[in-house]
Design a binder for this molecule. Structure first.
Ligand code: SF4
Length: 392
C-alpha cells in the first residue's frame, strides 16, 4: 500500500490479522445456530474479500464448517469482463475447498439487452432506472427463496456490508445507487433480504477499505495464509493501490447512470484488456438510442383512470422497431471487436423474435408517432403549446 502520514492514533488502528480474528469470532458465534450459510456473491471487492476470507477461515479450521455453505453468484451478464472472469476463477477456487457454488441469471426476457431491444424499453436513466431490480435484485431474491425451500429452514446469509469511517458513509451503505462506494444494488439487497428467508450477518462490517485491499493482495500469496485465492485480479480491476483514494466502485459495463465508466477506463490501461476498447462505445450508443428520432411519442391524450391527463401527456418512450434492429447490429459489432459476450446466441434469437412479434412495453401499441416529428405539446392541465420538438 502507499505509505501515508502516521498520526498519534495509528497504534490503535486495527490491522488485517485483528480484523480477521474478529470476523472469525463473529462467524463462530453464529456457526452452531444455522446449518446452512449462503453468500450472495457479486464479484466486487467487498464481496470477493468476504467470500475468500470465509472460505479460508473454514478451510483452515478456524471456524467450524457449516452443514452447507452455498455461494450464489449474481451473473447480471453486464459485469466488467475482467471482473466476471475473476469471479469465475474465485468460484472454482472455493469449490476446491468444499464450497457449493451456483450461478444466478436474470430470466431471459428480463436481461438488459433483451429487455431493451426486444421490448423497446429505452436505456435506464436516473429518472427511469429499471435495471437494478430486474437484473440484480429480483433474480437473487428468487434464488434465495428457492434455497430456503430446499433447505427447509431459515439460513444465515453472509453479506459484505462494511461500515465506513464516517457517519455519512455508513448511512450511504444502506442505499443502492451508483453514486456511492457500494456496488449498484448491493446495499439495497443486503439491507432488504426478507427476514423470512434468511437472517443476515455482516462478518466484515468492521473492515476499513484499506484492509479489504490488503486482504485482496495478500490472500493471493500462498505462503501468507496457506491458501491461494486469485484476489489480486479483483484489486487490479479497481485500480489497486490507487483505488484506496478514489473510493472505487464498479457496476455494469457502460452503466448509463454513472458520469464516466471509470472501471472500464482503468482496465483498458492493462495490455491484456486493451481489446475491450470497443466497449467504450456503449455509453455514446445508449445516448444515441435516447434521441427522439429513434423513439415513439404519446399524442397528448394519455389519461389516468379518473380521466385526468398524466403528468407528461406527450411523453417519449419506446425504441422503434427499426432503431432496435440497427442498435442490435451495432452492439453485435462492438461485441465482436471487443471479443466479449454481451449478447449470446440465445439472447440474440430472442431479441429478433420479440422484434418480429412487434413487442412493445406495457401501455404502448407501436402505432404512436415518431418522437422527432414536430408536435403540439399538451400540458397536464390540457392546455396546448404548439410545435415543440424532441423534448421529453
Ligand atoms: S450498474 Fe448501472 S446499468 Fe447496472 S444495474 Fe446498476 S444502474 Fe443499472
Amino acid at each position: 500500500m502507499k505509505p501515508s502520514q502516521p498520526t498519534l492514533f495509528d497504534g490503535d488502528r486495527m490491522d488485517l490479522s485483528d480484523a480477521i480474528e474478529i470476523t472469525a469470532n463473529s462467524l463462530r458465534a453464529y456457526a452452531e445456530r444455522y446449518n446452512y450459510w449462503a453468500i450472495a456473491f457479486s464479484g466486487g471487492k467487498d464481496s470477493s474479500a468476504l467470500l475468500t476470507v470465509v472460505a479460508y477461515l473454514i478451510a483452515s479450521g478456524r471456524v467450524p464448517r457449516p452443514k452447507k455453505l452455498i455461494v450464489l453468484y449474481a451473473d447480471t451478464r453486464m459485469e466488467l469482463p475482467p471482473l466476471h472472469a475473476t469471479a469465475m476463477i474465485l468460484l472454482e477456487e472455493v469449490r476446491a475447498l468444499g464450497v457449493e457454488t451456483r450461478i444466478v441469471l436474470p430470466e431471459l426476457d428480463d436481461r438488459f439487452f433483451v429487455y431493451m431491444l426486444g421490448r423497446g424499453v429505452p436505456p435506464p436513466s436516473n429518472t427511469f432506472r429499471w435495471c437494478t431490480a430486474q437484473i440484480k435484485i429480483e433474480p437473487m431474491l428468487a434464488a434465495l427463496k428457492s434455497l430456503r425451500d430446499e433447505a427447509g429452514e431459515k439460513f444465515l446469509m453472509l453479506t459484505g456490508v462494511r461500515l465506513g469511517e464516517s457517519a455519512v458513509r455508513d448511512a450511504r451503505i444502506a442505499l443502492s445507487c451508483s453514486k456511492n462506494g457500494a456496488e449498484c444494488g448491493q446495499g439495497w439487497f443486503q439491507e432488504a433480504t426478507p427476514e423470512s428467508v434468511a437472517d443476515t450477518l455482516a462478518p466484515i462490517l468492521h473492515w476499513r477499505v484499506c484492509l479489504v485491499w490488503d486482504w485482496l493482495m495478500e490472500a493471493d500469496l500462498t505462503d501468507k495464509f496457506g491458501f491461494h485465492f486469485s484476489t489480486k485480479l479483483v484489486a487490479h480491476c479497481y485500480g489497486g493501490d490507487e483505488a484506496v483514494e478514489i473510493n472505487a466502485r464498479t457496476g455494469c459495463v457502460g452503466c448509463n447512470l454513472a458520469s464516466r465508466d471509470v472501471a472500464l477506463e482503468r482496465v483498458l490501461q492493462y495490455p491484456q484488456w486493451k481489446h475491450l476498447q470497443p466497449l467504450m462505445e456503449l455509453r455514446p450508443l445508449y445516448a444515441e438510442m435516447k434521441l427522439p428520432k429513434n423513439r415513439l411519442r404519446k399524442d397528448g391524450t394519455e389519461a389516468r383512470r379518473d380521466g385526468t391527463l398524466v403528468s407528461k401527456p406527450c411523453r417519449m418512450s419506446p425504441l422503434t422497431l427499426e432503431a432496435r434492429m440497427e442498435f442490435l447490429d451495432r452492439l453485435l459489432s462492438i461485441q465482436k471487436r471487443a471479443s466479449v459476450d454481451l449478447i449470446n446466441s440465445v439472447e440474440e434469437v430472442r431479441i429478433r423474435e420479440l422484434i418480429a412479434a412487434q413487442t412493445w412495453p406495457r401501455g404502448w401499441k407501436g402505432s404512436e408517432q415518431l418522437a422527432s416529428i414536430p408536435f403540439a405539446n399538451v400540458n397536464p392541465d390540457g392546455s396546448v403549446q404548439p410545435n415543440l420538438e424532441g423534448i421529453l
